[in-house]
Ligand binder design. Structure first.
Ligand code: NDP
Length: 341
């Protein structure tokens, strides 16, 4: 069995979902309540491989984490949410569970690998994967295929990566350098030391502010871990421009209405067969029976392949070879990158 640990994008979102799912006792509560709410399994999932016809079962574990916990410095609550959700998944006997959205970021940022025991459960970390290798692979496919659709020639293109030093961002940079060879790579993040280290590793890339990067970039990959999206003006961008928003919650808080600005939902895959679940309706996927986060799909792929190990683990360890490997399984079992603007 595979598992998905997820969370909602804001307190308001959580309250409305609780109402829709039939948890009225959660619906009118504020942040304090969500800080103390235990994890819940709110969905049972079945998904079928197009290659093998094999059907696997999974569980969605709602961690009850909300991005406002980080914004309001409720760090203890945030870390407890992730650990409790992991313990809950393990207690259900789930073989491989993806840590969706901020779950893996909290795990890394607050060194949760040091905490081995949650009450009477000794966490077995090999049962978990961040899902970031598949997410990075899918975002790179969206860059390559999205550019081709728009007639942007990558060998002449400038690609900016916002969140370049992160787990997903650094993997995207490695792929764009080695597998695509884009003309210019712009590296955006806040911590200068980590940017310097990435630039040294790649042997290329220009460290630049977001404001400077936007007018130069043919493509912008957004993979910054921001609890809230930012506002952007279409006239500050190059035309045409492809924006791939891989953040969860989204990095972009604007609906950009411009004929030459194209926005893709980043890190989203579409399965070729319907998946029996309701959770993707809750996070507003356009086709909820088929579309999902690539990190969740990673745990499905590992279950299909019976690989019960943390395929994606630790920060900035994702190699191009591992991206190619997960990419092969992704295609084999019927997942495709989302490419509709
Ligand atoms: P990491 O924490 O590893 O990296 C985050 C990156 O964002 C770092 O480079 C960080 O650098 C940068 N960053 C954070 N805040 C800002 C800011 N205000 N301006 C510029 N850069 C910033 O995160 P991940 O790589 O694991 O995840 C990245 C995003 O992808 C998250 O939003 C996550 O929820 C989402 N995600 C999506 C998935 C999907 O399936 N679609 C799956 C998993 C994650 P610095 O702190 O130095 O600024």
């Amino acid at each position: 069995m595979f598992g998905l640990i997820g969370h909602l994008t804001s307190l308001a979102h959580a309250q409305s979902v609780a109402r829709d799912l039939g948890y009225p006792e959660y619906a009118d509560q504020g942040l304090d309540f969500w800080c103390s709410a235990p994890p819940q399994i709110v969905d049972n999932i079945t998904v079928t491989s197009v290659a093998t016809g094999q059907t696997i079962e999974g569980r969605y574990v709602e961690s009850c984490f909300l991005p406002e916990m980080l914004a309001n410095r409720r760090i203890k609550a945030a870390t407890r949410k992730v650990l409790n959700a992991m313990a809950h998944a393990q207690k259900q006997g789930i073989n491989i569970t993806a840590l969706g959205g901020f779950s893996s970021i909290i795990f890394e940022n607050f060194n949760l690998h040091q905490i081995e025991k949650v009450r009477n459960i000794k966490l077995e970390f090999e049962r978990f994967t961040t899902g970031n290798t598949h997410t990075a692979y899918i975002i790179c496919q969206q860059v390559e295929q999205g550019a081709a659709q728009l007639g942007i020639e990558l060998s002449k293109a400038t690609v900016a990566v916002c969140g370049a030093t992160g787990d997903i961002g650094s993997a995207v940079c490695r792929w764009l350098d080695r597998r695509v060879d884009v003309a210019d790579l712009l590296l955006i993040a806040r911590d200068r030391d980590r940017l310097n280290a990435l630039q040294t590793e790649l042997g290329r890339g220009k460290i630049i502010s977001l404001e400077e990067a936007l007018p130069q970039a043919d493509i912008v990959v957004w993979v910054a871990s921001m609890p809230k999206g930012i506002q952007l003006e279409a006239n500050k961008l190059k035309h045409p421009c492809l924006l791939i928003d891989g953040g969860y919650p989204k990095n972009l808080d604007t609906q950009l209405q411009h004929p030459e600005v194209f926005v893709l939902k980043g890190g989203i895959v579409e399965h070729s067969l319907d998946i029996d679940w309701r959770i993707m309706k809750i996070v507003s996927m356009d086709i909820p029976a088929r579309q999902l986060f690539a990190c969740f799909a990673e745990s499905m792929l590992l279950e299909f392949e019976k690989i019960y190990t943390n395929f994606s683990w630790g920060r900035n360890q994702i190699t191009v070879e591992k991206m190619e490997q997960i990419g092969k399984w992704s295609v084999k079992h019927g997942f495709k990158p989302l490419l509709s603007f």
